[in-house]
Design a protein around this ligand. Structure first.
Ligand SMILES: CC(C)(COP(=O)(O)OP(=O)(O)OC[C@H]1O[C@@H](n2cnc3c(N)ncnc32)[C@H](O)[C@@H]1OP(=O)(O)O)[C@@H](O)C(=O)NCCC(=O)NCCS
Length: 171
């Protein structure tokens, strides 16, 4: 896919913000990230998560509490070409907080901090796909300023209905 070729190139000069307890993923963290993914999503699509952790590690964020990994948020970049030039959008591929740590503010912090970094790097908007029945996640995204832009089928999973949500940033 085009985005798999362009994405790593676009993040070569990625700038980091100062973040407390949030780091970019590395190989040593991967087993715990995959464990959390399996715990909350039944281990679906682990290959893609591994791919993003290697190709786009700078925008694959891991949140810790007292040195323990409690969740992650993995993005990929979606370049759009227009007459005005290249417009960079990002997409949240997967976000999850371990079951024991949900509802304690980690998801919100992870999004707030990673979105600050997206702004610093000239990302024009952040997109995500969420199952229409995933009320906790939808509530969180709305609180962060995301808006529903489309309802679609078969993107989140076979026969699953999901919303496309977008947070517009100034760029
Ligand atoms: C969705 C998820 C990432 C949210 O992270 P979290 O750390 O549990 O959420 P936070 O504690 O930061 O909560 C932030 C806001 O989300 C909403 N929220 C979180 N959990 C909720 C729940 N169980 N019910 C309703 N709203 C909830 C609330 O609006 C909350 O704000 P408040 O605390 O002021 O009420 C996490 O619950 C998770 O990993 N869920 C399973 C995986 C998943 O569904 N990922 C999203 C796929 S698109």
């Amino acid at each position: 896919m085009l985005r798999d070729i362009i994405g790593p190139h676009l993040i070569k000069k990625w700038k980091n913000t100062r973040k407390e307890n949030i780091v970019s993923v590395d190989e040593t963290m991967l087993p715990e990230v995959l464990r959390i993914q399996a715990e909350v999503f039944d281990g679906k699509n682990q290959e893609s998560l591994i791919k993003y952790s290697r190709k786009l590690s700078k925008i694959f964020y891991v949140i810790k509490s007292q040195d323990k990994i409690v969740g992650y948020c993995a993005y990929y970049l979606k370049p759009e070409f227009s007459l005005k030039g290249l417009k960079k959008k990002s997409v949240i591929y997967s976000i999850a907080i371990g079951k024991k740590f949900q509802g304690k503010g980690y998801g919100r912090k992870l999004l707030e901090e990673s979105i600050k970094e997206m702004k610093l790097n000239g990302i024009c908007s952040v997109l995500l796909y969420v199952n229409v029945e995933n009320t906790p996640a939808i509530k969180l995204y709305k609180k962060m300023g995301f808006e529903i832009v489309q309802k679609t089928e078969d993107i989140c999973g076979q026969s699953e209905k999901c919303f496309v949500m977008e947070l517009k940033l100034v760029c």
